[in-house]
Design a protein around this ligand. Structure first.
Ligand code: PHE
Length: 339
């Protein structure tokens, strides 16, 4: 009997193939449920005591040799080019996919655009390098108007007619010049003011302008629209309108949203009042409509303008506005999962 097992050991050692079916047959023959090894182990009890030790060692050798053979043949098979094919081993884990991230300004801008597009506003854009007419004069800010001082303008070279726009209201003018009412448009974009740079303000920032012109547009429409907007963006519907002044709207207002006073940050951001100023707005001044070729006896409209940067700081708890323009990858990467 022992001799027979030794013959098998020799056969196992000599066995070689690159055919997966033959390897499987080999495995079943020796190691399968009804394989030879099972039979030999069953023989064990019939073996005379003095031979038991040698017999046991020999079948164990056969077993480990058969097992090793199956393993090495299978491994060799996996490494051959034919089984790898063009794509290699398809069951291997993939390369990690590097996700990009959106800039927080874009995230907030997209949210705002989305909210207004749901109530029929389209998106319009204008140039960042503007002329005096579109940034000031058409908006009821003639030369020497004191309100021009409020917006510390960057002029390009020495020509006072070429400047960096100080607000996106210039796009209102361009849009009204080129489109007939009904008008419902929002205009996001970058604006520039010659202001000292600090944690709270920068010499360039971003605004979204809104403009609605049609027959019979009223202040009530403006308020409803703003309330819808703050509810959608902040989840807060309590707003208040404080009388204010802009040369291009009459009447004009500043919009505050009730943010609440739950956390310390709320106290800081709202200076302890719970109210947060988010935008300027008003009814488009009839002069502005006329300047853009729209009959003010037939049409009326409202406009609003808000800063995106401060809203982004607020929504993402960013402590310093300068972080938005430093392009520090450690900062930007943190917005990977944001929408
Ligand atoms: N353009 C104004 C600003 O930059 C905001 C505003 C826009 C106010 C439209 C009223 C209407 O402060």
């Amino acid at each position: 009997m022992i001799e027979k097992i030794k013959e098998h050991i020799a056969q196992v050692e000599a066995f070689n193939t690159t055919n997966p079916d033959e390897i499987e047959q080999f495995r079943i023959k020796y190691l399968g449920q009804k394989g030879l090894l099972k039979d030999f182990f069953a023989e064990f009890k019939n073996v005379p005591n003095e031979q038991k030790k040698e017999f046991g060692q020999t079948i164990n050798t056969l077993k480990s040799k058969a097992q090793d053979k199956v393993n090495t043949l299978k491994e060799a098979l996996e490494n051959t080019e034919e089984t790898k094919g063009v794509y290699g081993d398809l069951s291997r884990p993939g390369e990690p996919f590097q996700l990009g991230s959106r800039h927080p300004i874009s995230i907030v801008k997209n949210k705002i655009v989305n909210i207004f597009s749901r109530i029929g506003f389209n998106v319009s854009e204008g140039p960042e390098i503007e002329d005096d007419w579109h940034n000031f004069t058409a908006l009821n800010l003639p030369e020497y108007h004191p309100a021009r001082d409020m917006q510390d303008t960057f002029f390009i070279q020495t020509n006072p007619d070429v400047l960096l726009r100080t607000h996106t209201s210039s796009v209102q003018v361009r849009y009204m010049e080129n489109n007939k009412p009904p008008i419902r448009t929002i205009s996001p974009g970058r604006v520039y003011r010659n202001e000292a740079i600090s944690a709270r303000s920068h010499c360039f920032f971003h605004q979204v302008e809104g403009l609605y012109v049609d027959k019979g547009v009223s202040f009530a429409d403006l308020k409803q629209t703003l309330q819808y907007f703050t509810t959608e963006l902040f989840g807060k519907s309590k707003i208040r309108l404080r009388p204010s002044y802009f040369p291009f709207t009459e009447p004009s207002a500043e919009v505050d949203v009730y943010w609440g006073l739950e956390t310390e940050t709320d106290y800081k951001m709202t200076k302890g009042t719970g109210w947060l100023e988010i935008m300027g707005c008003g009814m488009v001044d009839p002069n502005v409509l006329e300047n853009c070729g729209i009959d003010s006896s037939e049409y009326s409209g409202f406009a609003f303008g808000m800063g995106i940067d401060r809203i982004a700081l607020l929504l993402h708890q960013i402590p310093d506005i300068r972080m938005l323009s430093e392009n520090d990858i450690r900062f930007l990467e943190q917005f990977k999962s944001a929408d």
